[in-house]
Design a protein around this ligand. Structure first.
Ligand code: CDP
Ligand code: MG
Length: 137
């Protein structure tokens, strides 16, 4: 059983895709074990994306991630990390496989609707960034 952290980003919330994202996870046999809607400050977004602090897109990304509410969730299941990333599609919607969330809904490489942890190590950091043990069911 694997755990991963997913986010419906501000563009996904604005486009009314909260249910669509959750439905696709559930249809692949994944279970939502923790969930909440929050509005990150820019500092909060910077802390979450700290691994990208040297990248040229860091400022723009963290401004975008704090421009409106997001839905954060912990999702669990067998191979949850790679399954969530498959359902999401490639970072750039131009490269995303047909039928993935990003191919279907993302506007561009930054505004790409959804986040999913890329490894067990980042999943642990990201889950604890948003959820206490009492919020995980
Ligand atoms: O989200 P994912 O793991 O697919 O990509 P990442 O390389 O970890 O980048 C994190 C996020 O930064 C992406 O989802 C995009 O929103 C944004 N990004 C960007 O704006 N420009 C890039 N060249 C790469 C990523
Ligand atoms: Mg990533």
């Amino acid at each position: 059983m694997e755990k991963t952290l997913s986010i419906v980003k501000p563009d996904g919330v604005k486009k009314n895709l909260i249910g669509e994202v959750i439905k696709r996870f559930e249809q692949q046999g994944l279970r939502v074990a923790a969930l909440k809607m929050i509005h990150l400050t820019e500092e909060g977004a910077k802390g979450f994306y700290i691994v990208h602090r040297q990248r040229p897109f860091y400022e723009s990304l963290t401004r975008f991630m704090s421009e409106g509410p997001i839905v954060v969730m912990m999702v669990e299941g067998e191979k949850a990390i790679s399954i969530v990333r498959e359902i999401m599609g490639a970072t750039n919607p131009k490269d995303a496989a047909p039928g993935t969330i990003r191919a279907d809904f993302a506007a561009d490489i930054e505004h790409n609707i959804v986040h999913g942890s890329d490894s067990q190590e980042s999943a642990e950091f990201e889950i604890s960034y948003f959820f206490s043990s009492l919020e995980i069911h």
